[in-house]
Design a protein around this ligand. Structure first.
Ligand SMILES: Cc1cc2nc3c(=O)[nH]c(=O)nc-3n(C[C@H](O)[C@H](O)[C@H](O)COP(=O)(O)O)c2cc1C
Ligand code: SF4
Ligand code: SF4
Length: 283
């Protein structure tokens, strides 16, 4: 089938997943262009009026916004892998209704491993009424340690995403069965964030409240701008609150940063190779 609409949702606390989603959007738009070749020139025409749009699903508010799909739509969900799992904020998405739409999961990870994240996200989409037909595995800079997969997605990745989008749409046009995945083995135990980010330099904070509004878990108190003790266990360590702070006054204490850096140095040493972007389809 040629999809009636392509909707690419992305959950991107620090921007890497968004880069992958936007590259896939360009790739899908390009792949939905029909080329008419003559001996002397090529005309590019849209195949049909297929809108390719994005949906930012970072905040709890966005996940309460009506998002109804139909059996003729293609839904692509890009998320970052956390400790080999899906960000747990995504399990709370009441407004998402698949209604039989075709779906593809995009696992964006920092050159270590995806582990259970992919099948967990497939399970989520199945529960929301989607027909999952495939998965994309993509690399972006590690948001805990920027020197891991530094600069990715880069030019080579952008070219990969274009190819992957074209291959995906060709396969979808031809028709794909449901992707088979293991939905029964228990998922690995979720990892724990090293510490909850705090305001480290109070005098610089201008109380803009962006960190509280952007926290996917909505655990930052809008008055104190801190995470109360009884909600600290809900922090995913996603760093959205740090990334949105334009005054750069929110972060982790130096001793926590040092411990994270030491752990990440081990992960980096164990994963020195450039891992590829991969398209996996149901066959
Ligand atoms: C708390 C946390 C856990 C992470 N766990 C993994 C992991 O298990 N495997 C991996 O390869 N990358 C891991 N990463 C890296 C992210 O998946 C990767 O950097 C992703 O691109 C971040 O997306 P964003 O830039 O959209 O926030 C982790 C990052 C954070 C912050
Ligand atoms: S408080 Fe925790 S969950 Fe909320 S944005 Fe910051 S790191 Fe993410
Ligand atoms: S985003 Fe930064 S400046 Fe704004 S309230 Fe939060 S910590 Fe303060």
């Amino acid at each position: 089938m040629i999809p009636a609409r392509v909707i690419i949702a992305y959950f991107s606390p620090t921007g890497g997943t968004k880069k992958v989603a936007l590259a896939l959007k360009d790739g899908c738009s390009a792949a939905l262009v029909h080329q008419v070749k003559t001996p002397s020139f090529t005309i590019k025409l849209p195949t049909t009026e297929v809108p390719v749009t994005t949906f930012n699903c970072l905040t709890a508010k966005s996940r309460h916004k009506d998002l109804q799909l139909t059996a003729n739509d293609l839904f692509i969900l890009a998320y970052p892998v956390y400790f080999g799992r899906m960000p747990w904020a995504l399990s709370e998405w009441p407004a998402l209704k698949g209604n039989g739409a075709t779906a593809v999961v995009v696992s964006v990870y920092g050159n270590r491993a995806i582990e259970d994240g992919e099948r967990e996200t497939m399970m989520l989409l199945k529960e929301h009424g989607f027909k999952v037909v495939g998965a994309i595995e993509a690399i972006a800079e590690h948001s805990q340690e920027r020197t891991l997969a530094q600069g990715r997605p880069d030019e080579q990745d952008q070219a990969d995403f274009k190819t992957i989008a074209a291959q995906l749409l060709t396969a979808i046009k031809q028709g794909l069965p449901e992707f088979e995945f293991d939905a029964t083995t228990p998922l690995k135990t979720p990892g724990k964030a090293p510490a909850v980010p705090r305001i480290l330099e109070r005098q610089r904070c201008d109380d803009c409240g962006r960190c509280a509004r952007m926290c996917p878990m909505q655990i930052i108190d809008p008055d104190t701008l801190e995470v109360p003790e009884d909600k600290a266990h809900l922090c995913m360590g996603c760093r959205a609150c740090m990334a949105v702070c334009k005054l750069d006054c929110r972060g982790l204490p130096p001793q926590v940063m040092a411990a994270v850096a030491a752990r990440m140095a081990q992960i980096k040493a164990a994963n020195p190779e450039r891992k590829p972007n991969v398209l996996k389809l149901a066959h």
